[in-house]
Design a binder for this molecule. Structure first.
Ligand code: MN
Length: 288
């Protein structure tokens, strides 16, 4: 396999979000987006005492893209203006299509608040093309058991196929543009060659451990590696037990206008989103 080389190495910046901090390797000053991916937040691992909620994100709107949550540890309760309710447990994935507008809240689950524990996850923003920005919102609550697992190198490398196709397994997430989302767990010494679909922009984010890329340099945790489109895929060898996310997608190639929770093509459309939210056109949502 001809390997894709590294275009950018991004360390995570710490961003204050209310009372907690999240790691943000995308966007950074250097890289605005990896089209179609706009943002990646790694929250936690937070050690949480009973009675506390490290997320505590109250009702807020979104329009024009898809917020996706991969929960690694803990428990999250999702509710939104469309009447969807979800309980995320470790290994679950929530794939939300904000489309023309949705209001939601994300808080620690009741069980987690009562018992405390460790909370950790990834939030990813996937852009929608102009033609899909104003579609009806949708909510996919994907349970860990629905996600196919491909074992490689005598089970030293486990690949969970969330979206797209890998090794003839297809992920359950329905996407609006071609996306491949793979959750990788590697035991020390484990090696795998991972093909990336032609034409896709791609990056790897390491949650923990250390991996050797393409039989060359090694990279530690909380690092985002953006790849060039100069090969068929990458290889990884686990220097330590490691956890990583390999994401790729066909670029949309349209202008991006972003303000807060809205991602549109023009500033006029952003202003429209703000007005529509204020006028209640994204629905009404009261939490309790
Ligand atoms: Mn949100």
């Amino acid at each position: 396999m001809k390997y894709r080389s590294v275009a950018n190495i991004q360390a995570s910046e710490l961003i204050e979000m209310g009372s907690t901090a999240v790691k943000q390797p995308l966007p950074t000053v250097k890289v605005e987006q990896i089209d179609p991916f706009l943002l990646l937040h790694h929250f936690g691992p937070y050690a949480v005492e009973p009675g506390h909620d490290p997320l505590d994100v109250g009702p807020h709107p979104h329009r024009g893209f898809e917020p996706v949550t991969f929960l690694y540890q803990g428990g999250i309760r999702h509710k939104d203006s469309r009447g969807n309710e979800g309980l995320l447990e470790p290994g679950d994935v929530q794939w939300m299509t904000a489309g023309r507008g949705i209001i939601h809240s994300e808080r620690a689950s009741r069980a987690f608040r009562e018992q405390g524990g460790t909370m950790e996850g990834i939030q990813l923003w996937v852009n929608l093309p102009k033609a899909k920005k104003m579609i009806q919102p949708a909510y996919q609550d994907i349970k860990a058991a629905q996600i196919p697992v491909v074992n490689l190198d005598q089970q030293k490398v486990r690949v969970k196929v969330v979206a797209g196709t890998f090794d003839s397994q297809s992920g359950p997430a329905r996407t609006h543009t071609p996306i491949q989302a793979l959750q990788l767990s590697l035991l020390q010494g484990g090696f795998a060659e991972l093909p990336i679909p032609p034409g896709h922009n791609a990056f790897l984010y390491t949650l923990r451990g250390e991996v050797q890329l393409n039989e060359n340099w090694s990279y530690g945790k909380e690092t985002l590696l953006e790849f060039r489109q100069d090969g068929e895929g990458i290889s990884l060898r686990a220097v330590e037990n490691s956890e990583a996310l390999l994401l790729s997608g066909m670029p949309i190639g349209e202008p991006v206008a972003q303000w807060g929770p809205y991602v549109m093509n023009t500033q006029t459309e952003i202003m429209q989103a703000m007005r529509d939210y204020q006028m209640g056109k994204m629905g009404v949502y009261t939490e309790y």
